[in-house]
Ligand binder design. Structure first.
Ligand SMILES: Nc1ncnc2c1ncn2[C@@H]1O[C@H](COP(=O)(O)OP(=O)(O)OP(=O)(O)O)[C@@H](O)[C@H]1O
Length: 558
């Protein structure tokens, strides 16, 4: 457990290193604000008392300098606070932005194999809520703790100049509120903080799943039972939250108690020093105000340390995900993309992790460049697994897959996937314009290339018939586009990519005969001159292929 915590702590420091300059600037500004505030109160106390005494005794007093100091300190406090907020928030948001990029870079090699066990809601939680909750570590913990240390040191130095007894009393009070209480809050809040992160993720995941499956739940399920599950999960969140609130309330009360007690003892000592002639009246009031204000430096620390459990839980969830070994590792010195595009499977065996039954057993075939191969077989016979291996999303347990004579183990995943275009039964359109969805395949495509791809995919007229044409938002278009049209947009995207290898996974599944015919014509254009693997049961699609393989339980049936 300790070793695990070290992992999170080390990581939190490592990722913040590029922003240390910003953070230290934030610390200096926060320290300035604390000191300006303490000085403002102390000088004000001294000044009011000195004015009152001089008024009573009719003595002359220079009130210009203290009045100017008070104004100066008030301005310094306000401007300092503004700049401090600006700098620390800027530093934190830069850090969170960097962190999100870091997270996506680590996530990419894990997709899709290692992410399949994470549900969409859970992944989203890790990407957004967990990363955002790290904000707490820097904004409420790192900067205030360092500023509290620096400011407390300087304040105690100042008090030592007046009276070691008063300095010691203030130091004890500051240590109680700034060290003992945060430590206790951290200790007591660690478990509940981590529970909150977990419970919140479960609840978010369940809620998003429920909203997405609302139709199924109302038709087939029991909405009341579903509500009961959500309420139970909500309770699992409320219990640790209540625990954290109790810690906050207790630490706020104890902070008040310790600071008031410290203040009282400081005043008693100051009165003694006044009576023994070591202090005068204005100095007594100044020290009393000073002691009272000094707690601003440490007052927020107990709650910040209590919240560390949540930060820790979030860091752990992020690291648990990105520390997973990718299912496929790229070679250290990958070969350049092959110039030939025949595909060879040589005694390929493969089983998914934790699956006893292999998905592919001893698969061998050779597909010459430009030829088309249909793969048929019952559901679960291994057809999709075969293409997943060809796309280098998984690695074969034994045997070899080669494109143009180069083994996939010598090619990077990116290189392999650049060589392939995929059209499946579920073409995913992003919620942006149709044009942006098409440009995804070739961001620098000219508008002529775009039109040509759409024409070849027999979707151009349909797109142009939409009121906004290529600028139509997919959100709106999804209701206007039929399954066949979406499939042809997928084909246009594949045409635009212009990859030498095409993989089609049931591309006409679920279409009526007329629409299927349109899609097949578009596919025929896509397949021209390309090496292709087509997973299909449809007799019409078999007219496009040169060879056909039948699979059963992971084997090629002779
Ligand atoms: N991501 C996965 N993790 C674990 N097992 C999997 C995974 N994907 C598929 N399998 C298993 O591997 C076997 C082959 O599945 P595959 O999807 O390749 O078959 P398929 O022939 O494409 O089926 P379908 O026609 O239904 O898509 C099945 O037993 C399936 O349960």
């Amino acid at each position: 457990m300790k070793c695990k915590k070290n992992r999170e702590l080390r990581w939190l420091f490592t990722i913040s290193r590029p922003y240390l300059g910003w953070m230290m600037a934030g610390v200096l500004l926060a320290t300035t604000v604390i000191l300006a505030n303490v000085a403002l109160l102390a000088v004000s106390g001294w000044f009011i008392t000195a004015m009152a005494i001089s008024g009573l005794s009719a003595a002359a007093i220079n009130y210009f300098t203290p009045a100017a100091a008070i104004r100066g300190l008030a301005i310094l406090r306000t401007v300092g606070r503004y700049l401090e907020r600006l700098i620390t928030h800027e530093a934190t948001f830069r850090l969170l932005a960097g962190l999100r990029q870091w997270f996506f870079e680590r996530l990419e090699p894990l997709a899709p194999a290692r992410l399949q066990n994470y549900q969409g809601g859970d992944l989203l939680s890790r990407i957004s809520a967990d990363i955002d909750s790290l904000e707490n570590a820097y904004l409420r913990l790192f900067t205030p703790t360092l500023a509290a240390l620096l400011a407390s040191f300087l304040m105690i130095m100042f008090l030592l100049f007046w009276s070691p007894a008063i300095a010691l009393t203030n130091l004890v009070g500051l240590l109680m509120v700034g060290l003992v209480l945060p430590w206790a809050a951290l200790y007591l809040g660690m478990n509940s903080g981590q529970q909150i992160v977990e419970a919140r993720a479960v609840l978010r995941q369940r809620t998003s799943e429920t909203v997405r499956g609302l139709a199924e739940i109302t038709l087939y399920g029991d909405p009341q039972q579903r509500m009961a599950i959500i309420q139970d999960e909500n309770k699992a969140l409320v219990v640790p939250q209540r625990q954290q609130n109790r810690i906050d309330a207790s630490s706020a009360a104890l902070t008040g108690l310790f600071s008031q007690l410290t203040w009282l003892v400081m005043i008693v000592i100051a009165i003694y020093l006044l009576q023994s002639g070591q202090l005068d009246g204005p100095e007594l009031v100044m020290l009393a105000f000073f002691g009272m204000a000094s707690f601003e430096a440490v007052a927020t620390l107990p709650i910040a340390f209590r919240a560390l459990g949540e930060t820790w839980g979030a860091a752990r969830r992020i690291l648990d995900l990105v520390d997973a070994d990718p299912a496929v590792t790229d070679p250290i010195h990958p070969c350049a993309a092959p110039q030939q595009f025949d595909i060879r499977f040589d005694s390929v065996c493969f089983a998914y992790p934790k699956n006893k039954q292999p998905a592919l057993r001893d698969i061998s075939f050779h597909l010459k460049q430009g030829q088309k191969l249909a793969i048929r077989g019952a559901s679960g016979s291994g057809k999709t697994s075969l293409t997943q291996l060809l796309l280098k999303f998984w690695t074969a347990d034994s045997g070899q897959i080669a494109i143009g004579g180069t083994g996939l183990e010598d090619l990077s995943g990116d290189t392999v996937r650049k060589l392939c275009a995929v059209v499946s039964q579920q073409v995913h359109l992003f919620n942006t314009t149709l044009a942006a969805n098409l440009y995804l395949a070739k961001p620098n495509a000219t508008s002529e290339e775009l039109l040509e791809a759409c024409r070849a995919a027999a979707i151009l007229d349909d797109i142009l018939a939409l009121p906004e044409g290529f600028d139509t938002e997919v959100g709106e278009a999804a209701t206007r586009l039929s399954g066949g049209q979406i499939r042809r947009i997928g084909i246009a995207r594949a045409l635009l990519k212009d990859a030498p290898i095409v993989i089609l996974d049931e591309p006409t599944e679920g279409l009526d005969a007329g629409t299927e015919q349109q899609v097949i014509q578009a596919l025929a254009r896509l397949l021209q001159g390309r090496t292709a693997i087509i997973i299909t049961h449809r007799p019409q699609l078999l007219t496009l292929v040169d060879h056909s393989l039948m699979m059963d339980e992971g084997c090629i049936v002779p």
